[in-house]
Design a protein around this ligand. Structure first.
Ligand code: NDP
Length: 245
C-alpha cells in the first residue's frame, strides 16, 4: 500500500541522512558556519521549524474518519505535550541573543516536521482502526516517553542555566552530564523510542529512527568540540549513550 512504501522510503532516507551527518556537521548552534546562505533569527527559527509538527499531526489525527479511542488519544496527547514545549516555550527560553541560523536549516526542518507530522497523524486519523485495548506496551511506552522527557528537559534546563551566567559555553557538570556530553539528546532518543513502543506503528518507529539518525552524529560533533575547546574536559565521558557511544 502507498502509505507503507512512503514510510519505508522515509526510513531509508533517515539511514542515508545518518551516514551523511557522520561527515557533515549540522550548521546551527555551536557548529554554525558561513556559506549556508541567508541567516535568520535563532529563536524564531526554532519556532517556525517546529510549528508544522505541532499542528499537522494532531489535526490529521483528530479530523480523520477513524474514531480515536483512549490509546490513540494518549498518543496524540504525548505528541502535543512535547510539541507545545518545543514550539511555544523552548525557543523563547534560549539564551542565544543575536545568534542566527541558516534559513536552509529552518526549511529542511519544516520539511522534516511536515512529513513526520503527516505520516503519524494520517496513520492515526485515516488508517488505524481506533482499537480501545490498553496493552502493556502502551504503559511501557508512556513510561519511557516521560522518563526521556524528564532527562531531556532537565538537561536542556541545565544548559540554559549555564548560559544565564556566561554568554559563552561552559563545561556542564550536573546529573547525566557526568556520564555523557549530550544527555538532552539521550533523553530525546528515549522519549521517541517510548513513543514508538506506545504507538506500536511504523510511522512512530520511523520518528524514533530519525531522532537517533539526527542526534547521534550531532552528539559526536558536540563531544569532539568539547574535547577540543576545554583542556580539562572529563576524559571518561561518552558522547550520548552512557558507557557505549
Ligand atoms: P544543544 O545542546 O546544542 O543546545 C541547547 C541550548 O543550550 C542552545 O541554546 C545552546 O546554545 C545552549 N548550550 C549548549 N551547550 C552549552 C554549554 N556547554 N554552555 C552554554 N550553553 C550551551 O541542543 P540543540 O540546539 O541541538 O537541540 C535543542 C533541543 O532540541 C534538544 O532538546 C534536542 O534534543 C532537540 N532536538 C530534537 C531533534 C529530533 O530529531 N527529535 C533534532 C534536534 C534537536 P547555542 O545554540 O548557542 O549552541
Amino acid at each position: 500500500m502507498w502509505f507503507d512504501y512512503l514510510v519505508w522510503g522515509w526510513i531509508a532516507i533517515a539511514v542515508i541522512t545518518f551516514m551523511f551527518l557522520l561527515k557533515i556537521k549540522q550548521p546551527y548552534g555551536r557548529h554554525t558556519t558561513d556559506g549556508w546562505g541567508m541567516m535568520v533569527n535563532n529563536n524564531w527559527g526554532w519556532f517556525w521549524m517546529e510549528l508544522p509538527a505541532l499542528i499537522v499531526m494532531p489535526v490529521l489525527a483528530l479530523t480523520g474518519p477513524t474514531e480515536l479511542q483512549l490509546p490513540q488519544l494518549i498518543i496524540v496527547a504525548l505528541w502535543s505535550i512535547h510539541y507545545i514545549n518545543r514550539t511555544l516555550i523552548f525557543p523563547f527560553r534560549l539564551k542565544t541573543k543575536g545568534k542566527k541560523m541558516p534559513l536552509s536549516i529552518v526549511l529542511s526542518a519544516v520539511f522534516f516536521n511536515g512529513i513526520n507530522g503527516f505520516v503519524n497523524g494520517y496513520f492515526l486519523g485515516h488508517l488505524s482502526e481506533g482499537n480501545s485495548g490498553l496493552s502493556w506496551t502502551l504503559f511501557l511506552g508512556v513510561a519511557l516517553f516521560f522518563l526521556g522527557m524528564v532527562i531531556n528537559q532537565r538537561s536542556d534546563n541545565h544548559l540554559l542555566n549555564l548560559r544565564k551566567e556566561n554568554t559563552g559555553y561552559a563545561i556542564p557538570r550536573a546529573g547525566l552530564f557526568n556520564w555523557i556530553s549530550c544527555p538532552n539528546y539521550f533523553g530525546e532518543i528515549i522519549e521517541w523510542t517510548g513513543f514508538a513502543i506506545a504507538a506500536a506503528s511504523l510511522p512512530a518507529a520511523s520518528f524514533a529512527i530519525w531522532t537517533a539518525a539526527n542526534l547521534i552524529p550531532r552528539a559526536l560533533n558536540h563531544h569532539d568540540w568539547y574535547q577540543e575547546k576545554f583542556e580539562d574536559y572529563p576524559k571518561d565521558r561518552k558522547a550520548v549513550i552512557p558507557y557505549l557511544v
